[in-house]
Design a protein around this ligand. Sequence first.
Ligand code: TXA
Ligand code: MG
Length: 355
Amino acid sequence: GEWDIKWAENSPDLAHLQRAAAQLQSTDTPVAFPTETVYGLGADATRSSAVRGIFQAKQRPTDNPLIVHVYSIQQLRGLLRPTPGNDPIPAIYRPLIERFWPGPLTIILPKPTDSVLAPEVTAGLGTFGARMPRSLLALVLIKLAGVPLAAPSANVSTRPSPTAAEHVKDDLDGRIEIVIDGGPCEVGVESTVVDGLTYPPSILRPGGVSIDQLRQCPGWEDVVVGYKNAPENGSQPRAPGMKYRHYSPKAPVILYEASTGQPTVDAILEYTGEGKRIGIIRTHSWPLACGLPVRLWDINLGSGTESVARGLFSALRELDKNGVDVIFVEGIDDTDGNIATAVMNRLRKAAQITA
Ligand code: TXA
Ligand code: MG
């Protein structure tokens, strides 16, 4: 159904948001804001120079399209080709919107030939990705700005996505002026990107909405995976290659699949040598590795899949700050169709096991 956001006129939060909205309207400097997934770096999606400001600030390759963030269904309809007497939102998406918006789901939509969206947003594609975030600060900011906001994650390209305002500052200080601080993100991995414009519908990026949740919706029972996820050869941990970087801390990441078991002392020393600084990110079952002739930073993300997702990017960043030489990560079982799929997808990229 339709709903709207109202606020108390004298709230200090509102004054900050109004200042941010004014900057979005009158300059080409993007504004960082919280969402329930990760922090976004937003700009007016209808203005080319503003959108170019995003690519510049985060040094993002210009052939990677951005997600358009809206605060209402009405605002989204305004971005679609009018279909007199009918809802312009394709019917396939209605059950998803009903169930998951506002929330961590991005849908791919046809872009009208006379679209108001700046061409830079879609990197030359005939479609655009849209989502309605669940963070109230994000929704109010979009409403105050009066325009849809194009926003990628607010990190420097190749780095782990930011899940706290401090992470944004670490990456973008000096390049942007405003970070709206909404505290740590609730989900911790990015939105699920789905394409329902082709049959069968597909998942282009696993994320905060799981494949199981999608399959429960009418028309999405047969959704297929449209990205590469499985490790290339069995479950052997692999040394990082040099070609592709994404979600990457400075230190190389050595990922152990859930089925592989924990690294032996010999394996760790083979990668590092004595006296090195080693980071370990544990989840379910690795006992603390002790007695190693190394300096150890040990982060335990707990055993709940959701808490692993919430803490993952932050843990990678924290180990970087400690200047570790290598990071060993305990993978989680991702065969269940839950948010572990998104966690392992990001970890395999961080470890450069898949593109
Ligand atoms: O949770 C999120 O989605 C966060 C927050 C800030 O909303 N945003 C985010 O944006 O992760 P970014 O730019 O880091 O990732 C956007 C993803 C990319 O994988 C991009 O290729 C895909 O969405 N995408 C955007 N538009 C697309 C389109 N028209 N067709 C296919 N994929 C698209
Ligand atoms: Mg990103």
